[in-house]
Design a protein around this ligand. Structure first.
Ligand code: NDP
Length: 284
């Protein structure tokens, strides 16, 4: 293997330490950052994610509130809960764990989170602010990807970055953040022609497809930085990325593993956003 590993766990630990230091400073001013996490239903994966976020809060000294609602909760009930949290001045960040059951319109729920408490960075206001380069909460997964690329020491400006995937939570914002760092960005999706050729010309390759092993070795430019966002559970019960790790690692200079790559960084970035929300609420 030629590539060096971008260690998401180690980087996440450093980011959480950064958050913890900021929390300690805020506490000296009498401010305790607080994140409310709303979980609907019993989805096992969502339960694991929420538990992880609550643990992260504890590690950073952030207060957390876990609100659990039944699978058959109505939209009105969920919205009432979000409204209550929105009006609670002691809550700085609100996160509604996705996906939500079929009877709930996700967009309406996300829209109900006030932009100043939208620590996931999914609300239209935060998305718009990011687009035009105004202060906002950056969506955690793409922001984590940028940190991981920067951790390699590679200059992003001027590089060709290829993002595979154009979802609102990963692909599009990852592309926008790379553009903001002055990369020349290509976004690929299911209708893209010559996807392999485009990927093979990428200095930075971000895979957010949701298909195990989608990125093969021939799609990786020698010396590239490869960021694997994918989380796919295989028939073997294990988690697999979107990248054929072994083949890609033969050509890339740097690569993220799955698990232990983008996932932990995503969670760590949420802590930074929550601290920032508390700071802004207090005007300090
Ligand atoms: P979506 O399903 O919303 O988006 C997938 C994207 O991949 C779409 O834009 C789709 O194109 C594109 N795509 C699908 N098939 C192909 C193909 N054959 N060729 C080219 N493009 C294709 O997924 P998400 O963005 O939500 O998530 C992507 C992956 O990242 C998933 O594995 C998810 O689990 C993981 N994830 C990981 C996180 C983490 O913390 N590590 C956080 C969030 C997600 P089109 O738009 O044309 O349909």
């Amino acid at each position: 293997m030629k590539a060096k590993i971008i260690d998401g766990k180690a980087l996440a630990a450093a980011v959480k330490q950064e958050a913890a230091q900021q929390v300690a400073q805020l506490k000296e001013k009498g401010i305790t950052p607080c994140l409310a996490v709303v979980l609907v239903g019993e989805d096992p994966a969502s339960q694991v994610y929420v538990r992880g976020k609550i643990n992260d809060c504890a590690q950073c000294g952030i207060e957390s509130r876990s609100i659990r609602l039944p699978e058959d909760v109505t939209q009105a009930e969920l919205l009432a809960q979000v409204k209550q949290l929105a009006e609670d001045a002691s809550v700085h960040g609100i996160l509604v764990q996705l996906p939500l059951p079929a009877q709930i319109d996700e967009k309406t729920v996300i829209d109900a989170i006030p932009p100043e408490k939208d620590v996931d960075g999914f609300s239209p206001v935060n998305v718009g602010r990011m687009q035009i380069g105004e202060p906002c909460y950056l969506p955690c997964t793409p922001a984590g990807c940028i940190r991981m690329i920067e951790s390699t020491g590679m200059e992003i400006a001027g590089k060709h970055a290829v993002v595979i995937g154009r979802s609102n939570i990963v692909g599009k914002p990852a592309a926008m953040l790379l553009l903001a760092k002055n990369a020349t960005v290509t976004i690929c999706h299911s209708r893209t022609q010559n996807l392999k050729g485009l990927c093979a010309s990428a200095d930075i390759l971000v895979a957010a497809v949701g298909r195990a092993g989608f990125v093969t070795g021939e799609m990786v430019k020698p010396g590239a930085v490869v960021i694997d966002v994918g989380i796919n559970r295989g028939a073997d019960g294990k988690l697999h990325g979107d990248v054929d790790f072994d083949a890609a690692a033969e050509k890339a200079a740097w690569i993220t593993p799955v698990p232990g790559g983008v996932g932990p960084m995503t969670r760590a970035m949420l802590m930074l956003n929550t601290v920032e929300a508390a700071r802004r609420a207090a005007g300090v």
